[in-house]
Design a protein around this ligand. Sequence first.
Ligand SMILES: NC(=O)c1ccc[n+]([C@@H]2O[C@H](COP(=O)([O-])OP(=O)(O)OC[C@H]3O[C@@H](n4cnc5c(N)ncnc54)[C@H](OP(=O)(O)O)[C@@H]3O)[C@@H](O)[C@H]2O)c1
Length: 248
Amino acid sequence: MHIAVIGGTGRIGSQVVDILTSRGHRAVPHALSTGLDLLSGRGVTEGLRGADVVVNVTSSPTFDDRAAAFFRTTMDNLLRTAVAEDVGHAVLLSIVGVDRVPELAYYRAKTMQEDILKSAPVPYSIVRSTQFFEFIDTVLSWTSDERTVRLPATPIQPIAAADVARAVADVSVGEPLRGTRDVAGPEVFTLDELGRIVLAAHHDTRTVVTDASAGMFAAVPGDALIPRPGAVIAPTHFRDWSARVPVR
Ligand SMILES: NC(=O)c1ccc[n+]([C@@H]2O[C@H](COP(=O)([O-])OP(=O)(O)OC[C@H]3O[C@@H](n4cnc5c(N)ncnc54)[C@H](OP(=O)(O)O)[C@@H]3O)[C@@H](O)[C@H]2O)c1
């Protein structure tokens, strides 16, 4: 199959391309750095020409209110071209529980992105993932100072990016789901607990302070980010993954 992977140079997209290529498919990475701009529309027609499937694993440059305009315009450009070029399947990567956290601008924008896809005439699949292991350092950096890291006790069920990429690759070569598949890691942590595990693994002597108002994930109500029954549970455990990552 010919699969156009938009965002194909990113954390997930580059691995999706590698997995599909290793399975004998023609997976072509597209991104700003390859000359395709989904926001302006530059290169999109050429990128989708002849593709059986388009995978959208782009990310907005900001998490704030500007994310909505990014996802609206990029989805409109993607879907208009997918229809014109007769692409038979559009796959989108989203976030488990995204519609349960309307307080967050980025999550509202991702929910809108899903809704645009669902209402388009192109057969679609949505893969919703939990938070990537590789994203946790970024989350910690938002509320860190020299001595402490402040984190809420928000429950999350994080997943290795490699497992997400495998799930996206599997879906992209299957029949369109015309629905959503949730994927998650095998364990639930609270974010403050996970912060302590990460700092210990990095031999970082700072203290994690549990703070219900700290950072973006403070806005998450209850277990909104935990998948409901029926999710695909990925094999990689956080501690095994963490042991393989070089100490900072
Ligand atoms: N972080 C998490 O824990 C998490 C959890 C669930 C779902 N997700 C979702 O996963 C998706 C992918 O995340 P990621 O971490 O793999 O992202 P990433 O590493 O930041 O990669 C983003 C990709 O999008 C491309 N891109 C950005 N703007 C573009 C534009 N205007 N036109 C074309 N390509 C553009 C980038 O191209 P260049 O490299 O050329 O700039 C890059 O290939 C996001 O939609 C995110 O919402 C994330």
